[in-house]
Design a protein around this ligand. Sequence first.
Ligand code: G3P
Length: 194
Amino acid sequence: LLPTFACVVFGYLLGSIPFGLVLTRMAGLGDVRQIGSGNIGATNVLRTGNKKLAAATLLLDALKGTAAAAIASLWGVEAGIAAGLAAFLGHLYPVWLSFKGGKGVATYIGVLLGLAPVMVLAFAAIWLATARITRYSSLSALVATAIIPVALYATGYGKMALLFAVMTLVTWIKHHANIQRLLSGTESRIGEKG
Ligand code: G3P
């Protein structure tokens, strides 16, 4: 139990590093929470106009989830799942930002990479196809996160399916404003300043 608790703390701390905020500040672009949607994620970092910074945010926000899940997995599947979930929640609810963190998509992908790597290909295919058709980052993530738990369950990853179903639910809740904008036709598309 102690190793699992340590993995959860480690996962949370790693997940709570707000790379989007840190990188935009370091680049002298100010506080990313003051622009676009106000989110700290890669989609909103892209609204600063700096594509490389957005890519770095996506990569680092993902890799913190991967690292937490993969390292904790050395203590067993349950520890990996617990740390992955903790990293995800750390990104969404970081203590450093009064628990106002990101929306979870990059870290979701990262945890998926750490626990069920093949599924990242499915996520990427679904996300890219939806983005190509609609040019909505949020909708692409909503569709991909809806399908992943079903795909995990269908391929025999029972425990993982449950974990990602929970993560999907939280991701959708965090996207409530995006969902409202999508429904009212006011959501900004990829490449728009928003
Ligand atoms: O799923 C992408 C999500 O993070 C959208 O971000 O900044 O458009 O609310 P944003």
